[in-house]
Design a protein around this ligand. Sequence first.
Ligand code: C2E
Ligand code: MG
Ligand code: MG
Length: 726
Amino acid sequence: MTSSGHERDELDDDTSPAPAADPGDDGIRRFATIWSRAVYPATQTSMTRAELEDYLYPLARLLGEALHARPFTPAPGWGVGRALVDAHCTSPDVLPPALGVVESYLVLYGSPPGSLPVDEARSRCARLQHAIAAGFARALRERTLAEQEALSRAALAAQTAVEEALHASETRFRAVFKDATIGIGIADMNGRLRDANGALARMFGRSEEEMRRRNLNDWVHPDDAPGVWRLHHELARGERDHFRVEKPYQRPDGTVLWTNLTVSLLRDADGEPCYQLALMEDITERRLLHLRLRYEATHDELTGLPNRTLFAERLDRILAAGSSVKRFGLCYLDIDGFKAVNDSLGHAVGDQLLVSVAERLQSCCPAPSHLVARIGGDEFVVLISDPEGREEVTSLARAALAALATPISVDGRKLSVRASIGIVEGPTQGDLGPAEVLRSADITMYRAKDAGGNRYELADPDSDARAIDRHSLTNHLPAALERDEFFLEYQPLIRMSDGHVDGAEALVRWAHPVHGRLGPDRFIPLAEHTGLIVPLGRWVLEQAVRQACDWAVGRTLRVNVNLSPRQLHHPDLVPDTIAVLESAGVEPSSLCLEVTESALIGADADELKPLWQLAEMGVDIALDDFGTGYSNLANLRKLPATTLKLDRSFTQGLQRHPADPVDVTFVEGIVSLAHALGLAVTVEGVETEHQADQLRDLGCDTAQGWYYARPAPAAEFGRDWGCPSP
Ligand code: C2E
Ligand code: MG
Ligand code: MG
């Protein structure tokens, strides 16, 4: 249809010759062509011009037939007008050209010449035009009406849908609001509660009606989290859209309701804040459970006191940067001899004792700034926030010791408790972190224990450093022995009668990989404490005896080896010593064992037996540092000693001008007493010729000291004293 239309379009134009005598179908086609050209520009149809022509062709034919119909009726004109509207030729601009073409060409092309009188044809044509116009107008009105109606129906339908949706969502909201287990409240921007659901009312123990009379701003609680009201005011000012907090509320019955509260801001269509929506979840039970679990995790089951965890938290908080606490005091208390109570009286008694100790400590610390905690078996602490000064802390320690001293009745027994307390007091923003504070308190407590217990000591950085040093050295001692980090130096013992060397004292040193050379005072007590002194002492003995053997070529040179108390009481002392002497091939008389006086105090006959055995074999026994201990002269005869080594302090007394007469008398007395008992006397620490002369005059047999030589390595010693190794 389209292609044929196009072909015609190209062939036909307005200037083509008039139709032949019988316009017939060609005439109608021609009319349709002209008609479509005239109408097309004014239409809003989606048809092409050729398609419009095809559409108009049957209408043209209808008009042509109507023109000749007998009887004549203009009615088909109506249908044509209506058809134009149906073809979307709805613009009012369509009608004039459409009617114009009918006026000008219908008679020409639609009726064979002579078939109608001209006037009749014109009249009929005019009536057909009226009918077309009327049909067109009617159809247009009907169409407009129909469109309006469709629109309004659609609008109505849309409105109904919106209302239904709104209604549905309102219903849903109401249902949620009413039946929710979570408490829901809606308040205006002044905080007045406009609506509250049943759950909320039940949580508060009030009716919904009562709830509606409340204002959110009245619900301030002393346990409110800091900042919760700031958040609320920000929301009320429209500066934030929601916040979430845990918040307590007071119920009318006096109990506290804990909630997980979420408040959201509701804005109107213009974005202005209009309501606040509060959602509350009752977490009271959960919180109680949490509190109970937290209490159990932070308290000691036996005494009910805060435990180490809680104490550590508090200490951390106090010492944290920005803490409001300026100073702190810590008493670290450990019961003296508690193990003995447990071991001898049983754990039940031990437990009761601990409970009583806890009560007494608490009675000394009623202030809220004091935290009493049990942090270990028999270890308690009192942590004081912002003490008045050091005096407050020390007086608390005194009070605690006094409170414990009053006997405690346990199981019909009266037990008096002694304790050692280490005190650390200082600024919270100082150099010490929580771990350092605890360590310092612990070290200081042990200092109090070492000093006899039942006392307190104050921490001081020097003792702490020494203790930390001791700790680290102690840990490294075993490896040091394995790695051969120890070495010996020898100091000559000089015969005073002729100034010849009589022997050498072996003195151990530690070539520490980090701290360098360490003297025996730094590590012998630690080795003694840990028991490492036994293998270390044996190593010294072996080295010294072998050295004596080397030096002994052609002469007799005695070597002095120091024995510590622990070695003395070791069951292998005698067999070990014999084995060492035998393997080196050295006479027992070439060895002198130095034992301090204090190591022998209180030793009974059994304990002295090994020394006696060694002495009987020919080993010399010297009493080292004589005069520094109890110097029980009467006891001397019971000891297997062959030599007294007078402590350096007497030698120092002789250095003064004039010499201290007491020291002179003492040395004189000792020397004569020793000689009377058959003991030789060696003096230590001779640093000057003056001292040497005096001591010789006082009858001392041998001397040792820097005046003659400082301790030196074996090679140096051998070179200086004419006893080189082979
Ligand atoms: P000690 O047995 O009384 O040793 C003498 C100490 O006096 C040595 O100190 C020595 O260097 C020092 N001395 C010697 N002459 C003078 C002097 O004229 N002036 C001064 N001011 N001091 C002098 P050292 O070597 O530091 O030894 C200290 C202590 O360590 C020894 O005292 C001894 O008790 C212990 N010791 C040393 N080696 C051993 C060992 O192998 N085993 C055991 N158990 N203890 C040892
Ligand atoms: Mg010695
Ligand atoms: Mg000595």
